[in-house]
Design a protein around this ligand. Structure first.
Ligand SMILES: *Cc1c(COP(=O)(O)O)cnc(C)c1O
Length: 339
């Protein structure tokens, strides 16, 4: 299989599994699991935050953060193509009772002006504008990287308006590796931020949510209430620690492969256009004469190549630990073979 479906498709390597074999373990919900405590301390520092907690998924990071930062009836401002809108099963409404204010954005990024226009004047009639959520990198915008000043500027504008701020950093380390700007610079000013371990870092389970001591104390309450408190999580977090040591710098290889796939796709007759590739995600629109995205994906599957359909004519291809240049050749050959 040449699997470009997502960077979530990676299998833990043997070395990663071995890293979990001999670690000391304890009960994480009593703050007694050494690898988990170490991981949380490391991620808090990487993000420039006071504290952090380990969670089973990125979705739980987002949903807990939204619940801590808001009250029912509040409004959350984000881009229309945010993960919290399209892929969290209605969580913000179901779990926090909040309204969403989706903004049509340029490449998944807002400007301070757009944010300002979305913030409602205080009134007994309107919902309370309460929380800004930003994604770095912006998933459905093709892994696009917010420029540092733009991200910092939007956060500052949110703070000045009294909003809380949350950074969905599922692929924040991709941005760090692509630009050389530390994750903490991107997270600067945010009240909470998290990184995923199951995307480019190649772990089987886990995400770490960071914020102030007070924020993390409130997040712990929801982690327990919603069934996210676990026991000997060290078998998972030891693998995450391994990933921090061995799988961060190599994200550059994923980015280079995505660049080359983007360039090769853009000259295929089947492809109308390729979105700018900033990191490890390639978004390609099929030419008018080409079959639609579903049919194209089906034909690719027949040739053992998997991609994601993200629009009627749009395909998404993601590079990761378990695909290399030979898989890219198979992808290009398979696409070139579709009339
Ligand atoms: C994958 C992803 C999530 C959710 O993470 P899970 O661990 O799959 O729940 C949230 N936001 C973005 C931008 C993502 O890509």
């Amino acid at each position: 299989m040449h699997d470009f479906y997502s960077d979530t498709q990676t299998r833990p390597t043997r070395a990663m599994r071995e890293a979990a074999l001999d670690v000391p373990l304890g009960d994480e919900r009593h703050d007694a699991d050494p690898p988990t405590l170490e991981l949380c301390a490391r991620v808090a520092e990487m993000l420039g935050m006071e504290a952090a907690l380990f969670l089973p998924s990125g979705t739980m990071c987002n949903e807990i953060a939204i619940a801590v930062h808001t009250r029912p009836g509040d409004e959350v401002i984000c881009t229309r193509e945010s993960h919290i809108i399209f892929a969290e099963s209605g969580g913000p409404a179901a779990l926090s009772g909040v309204m969403m204010y989706p903004i049509d954005s340029e490449r998944g990024m807002l400007t301070p002006e757009q944010l300002g226009a979305a913030i409602r004047p205080r009134s007994a009639h309107a919902p309370r504008s309460r929380l800004l959520v930003a994604e770095q990198t912006a998933n459905l915008a093709g892994g696009a990287i917010w420029p540092l000043e733009q991200l910092n500027g939007v956060v500052l504008a949110a703070q000045e308006a009294g909003l809380a701020t949350h950074l969905d950093g599922a692929r924040l380390l991709n941005a760090q590796v692509a630009t050389g700007i530390p994750a903490a610079e991107y997270a600067r000013g945010f009240d909470s931020a998290w990184i995923a371990f199951t995307k480019g870092l190649g772990c089987p389970v886990g995400a770490v949510l960071a914020g102030s001591h007070d924020f993390i104390a409130q997040a712990w309450l929801l982690k327990r209430r919603w069934g996210g408190a676990m026991r000997q999580t060290g078998v998972l977090t030891a693998m995450c620690l391994y990933a921090l040591d061995h799988h961060v710098d190599r994200l550059a290889e994923d980015h280079a492969l995505a660049q080359s796939i983007g360039a090769r796709l853009s000259v295929l007759p089947l492809i109308k256009s390729v979105m700018r590739v900033d990191t490890n995600i390639v978004m390609a629109d099929l030419a008018d004469h080409a079959p639609d995205a579903r049919e194209t994906a089906r034909r690719l599957r027949e040739k053992n190549v998997t991609v994601t359909v993200v629009g009627p004519k749009r395909l998404r291809m993601v590079t990761h630990l378990d695909v290399g240049p030979a898989d890219a050749d198979a992808l290009i050959d398979a696409l070139a073979g579709i009339a």
